[in-house]
Write a protein that binds this ligand. Sequence first.
Ligand SMILES: NC(=O)c1ccc[n+]([C@@H]2O[C@H](COP(=O)([O-])OP(=O)(O)OC[C@H]3O[C@@H](n4cnc5c(N)ncnc54)[C@H](OP(=O)(O)O)[C@@H]3O)[C@@H](O)[C@H]2O)c1
Length: 482
Amino acid sequence: MDSFALIIFGITGNLVQKYLLQALYDMAEKGLLPPKMSIVGIARKVMNKKDFKKYLYDVLHMENIHHRHPIKQNIFNDMANRLHYIDGHLDDPQFYKRLNKFLDTLTKKGINCSNRIYYLATYPDLYSHVFENLQKMGMNRQKNGYVRLMIEKPIGNDLKSAQSLNKLLLGYFSEDQIYRLDHYLGKETIQNILTFRFSNDIFEPLINRDYIDHIQISATEDFGIGARGGYYDMVGALKDVGQNHQLQMLAFSTMNAPSEFSNEAITAQRLKILQNLKPLPQKVVFGQYEGYTKEDNVSPKSQTETFYALKTYLENDRFKGVPVYIRAGKKLKQTVTEISLVFKNPQNRLFKHITGGTEANILIYRITPNEGIVLKIATKGPGHQAKLDSEYMQFCYKLDPHSHYIPDPYERLITDTIRGDQTFFNSAEEVEAQWAFIDPLVVKKGHPHIYKPGSWGPKEADDLLKADGRVWLEPSMDFCRI
Ligand SMILES: NC(=O)c1ccc[n+]([C@@H]2O[C@H](COP(=O)([O-])OP(=O)(O)OC[C@H]3O[C@@H](n4cnc5c(N)ncnc54)[C@H](OP(=O)(O)O)[C@@H]3O)[C@@H](O)[C@H]2O)c1
């Protein structure tokens, strides 16, 4: 693999501390970073070499639910040798002269800085300064190598701002240089949906309106907003996870088979789903957990939702008339992220008069916890009585002897960017289609319904399904347990 420079704007921020440096450590440990690759971190804080090394040490050693394994001294040393720090203000044109000069110094040391990846781990209002100044210095131009840009969600705050940001990006970089991250796309469990669906021909003929009664997508958490009040209060649940992660989950589980395993073919199919989604503003429920307005950095009068539930439809032949219910929220009963395809219950079932005889089959893609893909089926309850039991046929990562490890999504996505593979990144059109669906849902938001922490959200979310004769599925913890 060719050497390159990874330039991280905002190296002292929360995202970098939680995910990026851990992912880079793991990549160093697995030999996924070429020997002469360097990382240049930028922030305003003034730090010398020793301070920065201590910062790296502290970040890698802090309690982190995303990174629990021990830090090896030799890998830490390797990381420390690769990492460099330059303090500077991203809105200061003079800073870019220093950055350029520094990259020249690295080049002289044999690091191929013609290949470079810029990672925007800082505030969106700084992006225009960054692009403008990189361009002025000719630093966005691909000369003897590649220049790629990784950019985090949110891409905008609504369709209009997303369009402006995409326009801004395309003023300085071409689409094949822009890697818009939704870290859910880097999750092994999400990527496996494609393999499951398009490598096992027995299921695909059943995934359509003839057999599927409805679809449920849940991303629920049993904890609150923690220290993220300042950010969360401006955004809310629907924009934080609904606009991006959950719509992508829907796209992966309902898209048609791509003509080939390529970025273009897969993205085109995801896009078709996103563009075919029907927003139903009268079928959205917003909730807020009791006590939210007392959280740090949250306005005492905040009406931001910490929960939402919605109903939608896909306007395509395959799923016409199949309701899709999506919910997400904080301080709920359980932490679980999953997609459930609930099958229809045919009238002519042989065992329909027997206890358990009318339970629906459910195909579940479980993203977290107990990751896996399971099919809920009916089996004969053992014994003399006529009764049916519900059991799970399961593929579980934790129980699979061939699955040695699940790579962290950031590790996966950085690796893809190095390889120049955009398959699991969002195109401008996808992001805009997502906003086009969300925008009409937030127009008449009003007061959120207050719900008790530890519940499944406001009663109105249950009513949404009750009106259709359905209920939210109680997530099962019975499968894929170690
Ligand atoms: N945190 C997450 O879990 C998460 C998840 C998904 C997406 N994101 C996105 O990732 C981006 C970063 O989020 P974050 O939570 O990491 O933010 P953050 O903790 O506030 O970090 C911002 C970083 O930018 C630097 N910075 C701010 N102003 C600067 C300036 N004028 N010049 C130079 N450096 C400056 C900060 O360092 P100094 O203050 O020392 O300059 C810091 O390193 C945002 O776009 C966010 O939406 C974050």
